[in-house]
Design a protein around this ligand. Structure first.
Ligand SMILES: C[S@@+](CC[C@H](N)C(=O)[O-])C[C@H]1O[C@@H](n2cnc3c(N)ncnc32)[C@H](O)[C@@H]1O
Length: 231
């Protein structure tokens, strides 16, 4: 199975146990002091998103079970929440976030969003799963989806280490193993990587270093050729 197929299969299989990681339950449990630092960072990232105020029409890539969709729904006029996994979409829908939140099942790398339709594009724990050769096409897709003056807010894992080949092995509670793309970004590196693609991006990490979050707007438009090979 190709790496991106395996990544999709992993999240489909993990859907029912995904939130255990976020809430530090079961095998994701932390020592009390480390748990306290984790939840302080979560609160800090949530505060940053609320301060950004994702109002208007919002596109959420890779919405997952809705840990962030629920926060977008408080600010937005409408949310289109997109994910490849039917199982996570079902869990997200079960949060009953309101009629202004709609869902679309799609492979982001093969999907064309409505053009110039959104005031905000949001993605959490998604950019680190975008492989290097699809990085520029992904940002071009975001640019095409935004209205003039549109804004991006992203959240992701923060680690100072790099994984060899940007590939990580993940295990489910039942022991099944999958490979995913995992590319950790440092704030300055991320700003530098998107600048030539026409983005002005400001990134920071939460006080205990667990989470990276960033805002971005377009500085100029760039035509990105499609990737050289399909997957
Ligand atoms: C790490 S989870 C993040 C979920 C959510 N944004 C959050 O922060 O809780 C990554 C999500 O990406 C989705 N995903 C993986 N590959 C995808 C693809 N090619 N197209 C669309 N969604 C994909 C998975 O189904 C999963 O819900």
């Amino acid at each position: 199975m190709g790496l991106l197929d395996e990544q999709r299969a992993y999240y489909q299989a993990r859907a029912g146990e995904y939130d255990e990681w976020w809430y530090r339950q079961g095998r994701y449990a932390l020592q009390p002091d480390e748990e306290q630092r984790w939840f302080a960072d979560v609160a800090s990232a949530e505060h940053a998103l609320d301060a950004f105020a994702p109002a208007g029409d919002v596109l959420e890539y890779a919405c997952g079970t809705g840990l962030w969709t629920r926060r977008l729904a408080r600010h937005a006029t409408s949310v289109l929440a997109v994910d490849a996994s039917p199982a996570v979409i079902t869990l997200n829908q079960a949060r009953n976030l309101g009629a202004h939140v709609r869902y679309h099942q799609a492979d982001i790398f093969a999907w064309t969003p409505p053009r110039a339709a959104y005031d905000v594009v949001f993605f959490s724990y998604w950019l680190s799963h975008v492989p290097t050769d699809l990085f520029a096409p992904f940002w071009a897709q975001v640019a095409a989806a935004l209205r003039p003056g549109g804004r991006v807010f992203l959240i992701d894992s923060h680690h100072t280490a790099e994984l060899p080949g940007h590939v990580q092995r993940r295990t489910l509670n039942d022991g099944r193993e999958f490979r995913v793309v995992k590319r950790f970004w440092q704030p300055a590196d991320l700003s530098a990587a998107v600048a030539p693609l026409g983005w002005r991006l400001t990134a920071q990490t939460t006080p205990n270093g667990h989470i990276l979050h960033a805002t971005a707007t377009q500085s100029h438009s760039v035509v990105v050729p499609p990737p050289a090979h399909g997957r």
